[in-house]
Design a protein around this ligand. Structure first.
Ligand SMILES: [Cu+2]
Length: 259
């Protein structure tokens, strides 16, 4: 029971924070596939707020927004979300039918999450990109989120070992030297980290807000650029507190396959 309380209130971060390293929570938008073919035209999408490497979930309130943009046209998907569980905690899910070729950008804006351990609210604008039926135009279009990572490596059709490059935007402008947290989604829970430092890797963008990170393993990789908002929000006690804005992007890399 105590363990459960610790996890849901995210105090794991606080405890490890004392030793200088806190595991990171990530907004997650994980589709069942990121390349759609005639074989399977529906994509199941799972939305959560979790610790992807440690496989520890958190309860997530229904998001503020969830939508898809294709060729600049936005479609609201929020009414289609159904409650589900991800990593044993409240999460959200829907199935999206892909009808036409194109590059589909999915984005979630969560309700601000009050994190007592960090004394701030957290909003992770989270996105992922799905390609369908051979189309590959527009994968590097920004979605116009308050903050986001725009891929410079085409975010589909990649192999484990590829380097991912992305640029960090805040209000449409590049963020020099942005700090980016990186986590592998340890989906089956089979991996263990050699140390706490290995759970969340960290890279800094250069003076132009661009970073490059090699992903050594096939699967889902999450990149989260964290910046402080220029506004405050009230905590549950009604006090004005800082807000951490996360620009989170999930990409998938495939393993090489043999004949
Ligand atoms: Cu957490």
């Amino acid at each position: 029971m105590i363990r459960k309380i610790i996890m849901t209130s995210c105090v794991t971060g606080l405890l490890l924070g004392a030793s200088g390293q806190a595991e990171a929570h990530f907004g997650m938008v994980i589709p069942s596939e990121n390349i759609v073919t005639q074989k399977k035209k529906s994509v199941e999408l799972f939305l959560s707020f979790s610790h992807p490497f440690e496989n520890i979930g958190m309860e997530m309130t229904k998001p503020e927004e969830f939508y898809v943009i294709k060729d600049g046209k936005r479609t609201d998907l929020l009414p289609l979300l159904k409650e589900t569980k991800v990593m044993d905690h409240k999460a959200w899910q829907t199935t999206y039918q892909v009808k036409r070729p194109g590059v589909y950008h999915f984005a979630m804006e969560p309700v601000p999450y009050w994190e007592p351990a960090e004394d701030l609210s957290i909003i992770h604008y989270t996105k992922t990109i799905v390609a369908a039926f051979g189309a590959d135009e527009g994968w590097d279009d920004p979605m116009g989120l308050p903050t986001e990572i725009v891929p410079m490596l085409r975010p589909f059709g990649n192999y484990a070992g590829n380097s991912f490059s992305g640029k960090v935007l805040m209000n449409g402008k590049l963020v020099p030297h942005a700090e980016v947290e990186v986590e592998f989604y340890n989906q089956d829970g089979s991996l263990v980290a050699p140390s706490d430092y290995h759970v969340t890797q960290v890279i800094k963008a250069d003076a132009n807000g661009i970073f490059t990170f090699a992903c050594p393993k096939g699967g889902w990789w999450g990149f989260s650029a964290l910046n402080e908002a220029d506004y405050t929000l009230k905590n549950p006690q009604g006090e004005a507190k800082g807000v951490e804005l996360g620009a989170v992007l999930w990409i998938y890399l495939d393993e090489y396959q043999s004949k």
